[in-house]
Design a protein around this ligand. Structure first.
Ligand SMILES: [Fe+2]
Ligand SMILES: [Fe+2]
Length: 340
């Protein structure tokens, strides 16, 4: 557990520095912490440098440091935020115990962590890497569970340029924002099942895992795809669906997102050409999040659309997209500050 804050520090210091706990300290390299550490000297009411990044601590210093941390005397500078983001993103659960981080700092860390986990997993879609991704997704759901409005910070941090990992991150965040908005009442009444929420979140973020079996040059091709290449791409939902067993992700919510996100209400989608309410709700939801994420990022063959414009186009496309969902998206874009 996080160490208790034992000593009060002057207000003006907490603007610039924040106290580090034993959990955080334990996540650093013991002898070579990745950033400067500062010590608060109670006697003179001032902060001094205890350790400079790039140096090496002696055994005695490591011991002294542990004592000082326990007593609440060790701080890091907020100006080291970029280094800290990189560091903590490798151990995302620390955001749940570090009480000093601001919401905006936590949002940066989540973006960094999930984008990295997605890139690793999509590069090599094996169970060990989907487990790491899933662990971090569970930190995200835990974080949102306590305050659903925290999704706003992530909506402001969508990626602009297209990679499969960026697209997956954006679809995941938009899918979650939509789900939270459509179920705001149930979240208030706490009637949402946590397991369902965890699995649905996973489904949104991995919906395109079947794309990993399509050669990168096809995925990133700017010219028209050949018929053969097109057929390959059309297979990605089925391919993804079959990958779920090996990854231990065979959950109904994940199946719906992976299998149904290209189905369209009028039967013009794939792979089943399902129609209307025959398409699972999570599949319809993922379809809107996926299309919006694609339309608003710069892709090899198309420019990025403004978020408002993309949402309006999806609302107009009521033959193919569930209008209850697209209207929720439009409302979301109107009220939130979405990066575009
Ligand atoms: Fe897809
Ligand atoms: Fe997609």
């Amino acid at each position: 557990m996080a160490a208790e804050k034992l000593h009060d520090v002057p207000e003006n210091l907490s603007e610039e520095y924040y106290q580090i706990t034993l959990d955080i300290m334990g996540s650093f390299n013991k002898f070579r912490p990745p950033l400067n550490l500062y010590r608060f000297r109670e006697d003179v009411g001032r902060i001094d440098t205890f350790y400079k990044a790039g140096g090496r601590l002696t055994n005695e210093q490591v011991e002294e440091l542990a004592n000082l941390v326990t007593e609440g005397f060790i701080f890091v500078s907020r100006s080291d935020h970029p280094i800290y983001v990189k560091h903590i993103s490798h151990q995302l659960d620390l955001i749940l115990v570090d009480k000093n981080l601001k919401e905006s700092e936590i949002a940066d860390i989540i973006v960094e962590a999930l984008t990295m986990r997605l890139a690793n997993f999509l590069d090599q879609p094996v169970k060990a890497l989907s487990d790491r991704l899933r662990e971090d997704l569970l930190v995200l759901t835990e974080y949102l569970w306590h305050d659903v409005h925290r999704i706003r910070g992530l909506m402001r941090r969508l990626h602009q340029n297209h990679t499969l990992a960026h697209h997956s991150f954006n679809s995941g965040v938009v899918g979650l924002a939509l789900f939270l908005r459509l179920n705001a009442e149930d979240f208030k009444k706490q009637t949402i099942k946590r397991r369902m929420f965890d699995n649905l979140t996973t489904g949104f973020f991995v919906h395109d895992l079947g794309m990993t079996k399509i050669p990168q040059f096809v995925r990133e091709k700017t010219q028209r795809l050949s018929v053969e290449e097109q057929n390959k791409v059309l297979q990605h939902t089925r391919v993804g669906y079959t990958m779920l067993d090996k990854l231990d992700l065979r959950y109904g919510e994940v199946e719906a997102c992976v299998g149904d996100h290209h189905e369209r209400l009028d039967g013009s989608g794939y792979p089943q050409k399902s129609r209307g309410m025959d398409i699972s709700f999570f599949g319809r939801l993922c379809a809107v999040a996926d299309s919006f994420a694609a339309m608003t990022s710069t892709r090899p063959h198309a420019k990025a659309m403004a978020p408002g414009e993309a949402a309006a186009e999806l609302v107009r496309d009521e033959k193919r997209y569930d209008s209850r969902i697209t209207k929720a998206l439009a409302a979301l874009i109107m009220t939130e500050q979405v990066k575009g």
